[in-house]
Design a protein around this ligand. Structure first.
Ligand SMILES: *Cc1c(COP(=O)(O)O)cnc(C)c1O
Length: 345
């Protein structure tokens, strides 16, 4: 079998959520948008609900609808994109809670589903989603009369603890919400780490639960093992892969493995990337192809059956460094071709 194995450790995931929960005195929700950051929203949310999570956030109503089918009634499913036209039946039938982003969305929601729960998303400076302070002051009394279940905003620079944007957004959020009875939420993973001033009533961690930075103490959640299809020995001067970008400078043993850029192993990582055979680091040799990668396994004590790209030796953030991106993008581009195996939960 040439299918690579992506193992998802649901016990580690639960441990990460619990650790983030232990840092605050308030409710900890969980963000499971983009199919649980690529790891499977249904499995992730079920494991976290066993750990005590009662509120989940998704990006769009369709994600909320399939999550509701997986979770059944009970947990609150909040939708960041709010109430878009065409969402009404999903929101109603599957008990989703839209985070209302504008006056238009507010009107749509109360006209189509009077009395149905909703939250409010405010813009405290990121200029992405949510009502601006002016819009909010026009709507505030009407919205509060309908008892929103949550009032939230999002931090733009929470992964940089010393960034002046953090206290600035905190001030803006407080100005818009101080004195309101409804529960408030500001912090994603990075916001939790900024300390209690940022916690309010509900936190919304995503990446830290999945084992990524800025939660430095996170346990790794994913392991990726890729089968070796073929082994060959190369003489000095022989080349490997498309464009001859690698030339052997010594006799080497080369493994061809069953993964490539179609599996989210971005081509740009190639020159800096390695895999592990046990404790031995084995560098990639030549370009990453769509489905195949050459790996220099000369130093491995035995001929390997599989090589590990993600696991105890290197994290999603290690791969992100090689690719000049962030762990979030590595996780959410993990391919559909892997055999996903869940442990624990
Ligand atoms: C994605 C997202 C989160 C989770 O952020 P992490 O950095 O992954 O913890 C929280 N809130 C909003 C509005 C988001 O879009």
């Amino acid at each position: 079998m040439a299918q690579a194995k992506l193992s998802i450790d649901l016990d580690a995931l639960r441990g990460n959520w619990r650790a983030l929960n232990d840092m605050t005195g308030c409710e900890t929700a969980a963000v499971v948008k983009a199919d649980g950051y690529g790891l499977g929203a249904a499995r992730v949310a079920k494991a976290l609900s066993r750990e005590g999570a009662r509120r989940f956030f998704v990006a769009i109503a369709e994600e909320g609808a399939s999550l509701r089918e997986a979770l059944g009634p009970g947990p609150e499913i909040c939708v960041f994109s709010g109430h878009m036209s065409g969402d009404t039946d999903m929101i109603n039938d599957l008990s989703l809670t839209p985070m209302i982003n504008s006056i238009d969305q507010m009107l749509r929601h109360v006209e189509a589903l009077p009395g149905a729960p909703f939250g409010i998303q405010l813009d405290s400076g990121m200029n992405r989603l949510g009502m601006e302070p002016g819009e909010w002051s026009a709507l505030r009394d009407i919205a509060l009369a309908q008892n929103p279940v949550l009032i939230m905003s999002h931090l733009a620079c929470a992964d940089e603890p010393d960034h002046e944007m953090n206290p600035q957004q905190l001030r803006a959020f407080r100005e818009m919400t101080d004195g309101i009875d409804a529960p408030r939420s500001l912090a994603q993973t990075g916001g939790i780490l900024l300390g209690p001033d940022y916690h309010f009533d509900v936190t919304r961690p995503g990446i830290g639960v999945y084992g990524g930075l800025p939660f430095v103490d996170a346990q790794p959640v994913v392991t990726l093992e890729i089968p070796v299809i073929q082994i060959r020995d190369l003489e000095p001067g022989e080349t490997v892969g498309y464009g001859n970008s690698f030339t052997a400078t010594r006799p080497i043993r080369l493994a061809t493995i069953a993964g490539g850029y179609a599996d989210g192993i971005h081509r740009i990582m190639g020159p800096r990337a390695s895999l592990f055979s046990g404790e031995t680091r084995c560098p990639i040799a030549g370009r990453i192809s769509m489905d195949l990668i050459g790996v220099d396994v000369t130093d491995a004590p035995e001929v390997p059956d599989t090589l590990e790209l993600l696991g105890q030796h290197q994290s999603v953030d290690t791969l992100a460094d090689w690719a000049g991106t962030i762990g979030y993008e590595i996780l959410t581009s993990l391919g559909a071709r892997y055999n996903r195996v869940y442990r624990g939960g």
